[in-house]
Design a protein around this ligand. Sequence first.
Ligand code: 2NL
Length: 361
Amino acid sequence: MVDDLDMLRASIEAAIAEAADLRALDAVRVSALGKSGEVTGLLKTLGALPPEERRARGAQVNALKLEVERALDSRRTTLEAFALDAKLAAERMDVTLPPRPHPPTGPESGSIHPISRTMEELIALFGAMGFRVAEGPDIEGDWHNFSALNIPDHHPARQDHDTFYLTPPEPGGRRPVLRTHTSPVQIRTMLEEEPPIRVIVPGRTWRADHDATHSPMFHQVEGLVIGRDIHMGHLKGTLVDFLRAFFGIADLPVRFRSSYFPFTEPSMEVDIGWSRRTGELGQGGDWLEILGSGMVHPKVLANAGIDPKVWQGFAFGMGIERITMLKHGIPDLRPFYEADLRWLRHYATSPLSPFTLHDAA
Ligand code: 2NL
């Protein structure tokens, strides 16, 4: 009686040890413990035994069943670990490899629009100089877009800007506008934050103007730096470094020329050297206006809740389409907004192609 259980135990344990994978192990389990398995069969015979034999035999068969279950569990754990090791070995990859050469970049495979690319470069370049990005609404109030910037009610700038007003005029009414520049975002930043402040504001701007060189929607980037002793030296150093890095010309000539904006005093327009004849930047003896700048007007600081007796700073602004066209030799403004696949194939860039901050170093 005992012999037959020992032999069965030995044969099942041998089959478990030989099972090479989880499927084979499950087959062993079914043949031992399944509905018509060998151990299950022995349990079924107990009922036919006389009571005194049934007790002893029952204990032995149940012990066998437990041992078989334990052996199956232990082998399953081993086989699962083997399976995981095999899977990890088969799916091994080297995350330090460079990316595979990708198919030619184009709008079909996803590419970065030159406006987006320039914005990324601006954020990286000014980011390296300690600027962070500020954003604000496209729909602005008259106060944030004009009055706070020292542009009075009947100032010609309000007409010059060809403002998109969002409601019909009413006597004495203040109408919401599509922002004509990104300056209202700097006003909001000054109202919300304590100086020192160092932000750039890239974003969409709107003017009711449409021809070969003007689009009703275009992009600007403005910058604002406020501190206790920020002066024109900081303005000049920041803009010269920026222009040379952005255009990738280490000795790009840069000229500051006296100008006027209602929101800065003094104000300066900034020119870079180029050749009018060839369009090449950096040499040729001609000058090209590229951006506007100045020391923030004390009235603007006061309007934005900053004490002009304690704080001062500089601001600047430029058109993103304009600097993008100059950098890449793009002759016409209109295709920027036309989603023309041939134009995008030529001027859009791969998201994988890196740019460097040190081209002009
Ligand atoms: C240009 C000239 C400029 C500013 C923008 C600014 C903003 C605040 C206060 C003072 Cl909140 N100034 N912005 C200053 C000078 C010039 O832009 O030609 N933009 C395309």
